[in-house]
Design a binder for this molecule. Sequence first.
Ligand code: NAI
Ligand code: MG
Length: 487
Amino acid sequence: MVSKEDIQIKPGKLFINGKWVDSVSGKTFDVLNPATEEVLTSVAEGDKADIDLAVSAARKAFEKGPWKKMDARERGKILLKIMELIEKNKDELALLETMDNGKPISETTNADLPLVIDCLLYYAGWADKIHGETIPVRGEYFNYTTREPVGVVGQIVPWNFPLLMAAWKIAPALACGNTVVFKPAEQTPLTVLRLGEICQEAGLPDGVLNIVPGYGPTAGAALAEHMDVDKIAFTGENATGQIIMRAASKNLKRISLELGGKSPNIVFADSDIDSAVAGAMTGIFFNQGEVCCAGSRLFIEKSIHDEFVEKLSDKTAGMRVGDPVDADTQMGAQVSKEQFDKILGYIDAGKQEGAKLVTGGERCGERGYFIKPTIFDAVDNNMKIAREEIFGPVVSTISFDDIDEMVRQSNLSIFGLAAAVWTKDIKKAHRLARDLKAGTIWINTYNAFDAASPFGGFKQSGFGRELGVHALELYTQVKSVWINLGS
Ligand code: NAI
Ligand code: MG
């Protein structure tokens, strides 16, 4: 195991055209450990001038560099090498992520890093399997299609899964032959900067991946507005998604958006109650609730409501919240003071709206952004805490006895990212899988992920699908070629 003392966190720079550089303005910003509120290091702060340099490096690498023209299998090999180096450094990366984000080391070690490694492995395998088709058109023609990279891709991610979101975005983009300008969240730039070093060591050509840490309204906006960027992939809050869409309209760049959620987690009386209790906890407390697909609306069938809430609340009250670096910790710190305050504000709103606070409902300890896992019972689906994304460890339970009415309420949300159903009745499970309006449906499980299975939203949870074969659609465009075989 790597311990806190073993890792040296050096000041972060921008990674542009294969070089580590200061920002044009010379400005830097501090990166905090949310569990201690201490400064971990400072990082160069990118802005429009740096984005311009990064985009021009990515453009040059795309048009003139070896990446796009390289044998596809060689591209795959470089991705595999990146994967191997991540694997070799996985303990260090897990610890760095934990210190930067506040999430428990058990989660970075057992969820984030394995999923990152899997994502690289999966898309390395795709690099030489992306091809077009031949089409039987009318007349004396031979018609075929090719799948080409989109070009220079801008990618903007949030702070909840910093390295994993980087893998989801960078791996398919590179496998398809694009070049990338990547902007991490200002709260959590450290692991992706380390990934930049790893990519360099793996032999990724200069300019193929550029990393520009900085703030949203400056560096992020400059990337989204840039006239020489061909596509933006964004994950984050809905209001930002709207800004990105407007900015992207300037040069009609392609966009894919993975936005918020208010996902229903539905428990029937005929489910295995203990599994469902565990699933309800994973659904909302994993990653301190800072998960876009968190099961934040817990629908419970009336006949088991009391028993279920009692079990859930006993287990929740016993959760170990604290030092994220401790291997036994189950829930760490919220990412920032801003998120901490926002969540406590929602908890106040829940109390004021008359929801019944069952457990939690306050900060935990005096230092660090820790919040006790919180359950509100007797919530009405129209309350603010049931409508808006809290992005914290706060679940709202809503009891139901009529299935159709429950499905109607489940779907009564601007979001549609995920939904889960707990039942032993196979017909009910499939019926709900059909009727729930969400991009992912989990039956008798929660937060199951695989690089091969698509992820993305219905409704205002966004559009475009990441992961799986579907991500190749985001990062390629189709060309149709006609050859006259007649006279
Ligand atoms: P955000 O959407 O503002 O930030 C995400 C990324 O977008 C960051 O890299 C940020 O720098 C960038 N960004 C911000 N403004 C931008 C702009 N004008 N142009 C281009 N890029 C911009 O999310 P934030 O403010 O960190 O979190 C606020 C709330 O959003 C959370 O409380 C949560 O409810 C929600 N959220 C949802 C996420 C999801 O995965 N669905 C992820 C993060 C936040
Ligand atoms: Mg914001």
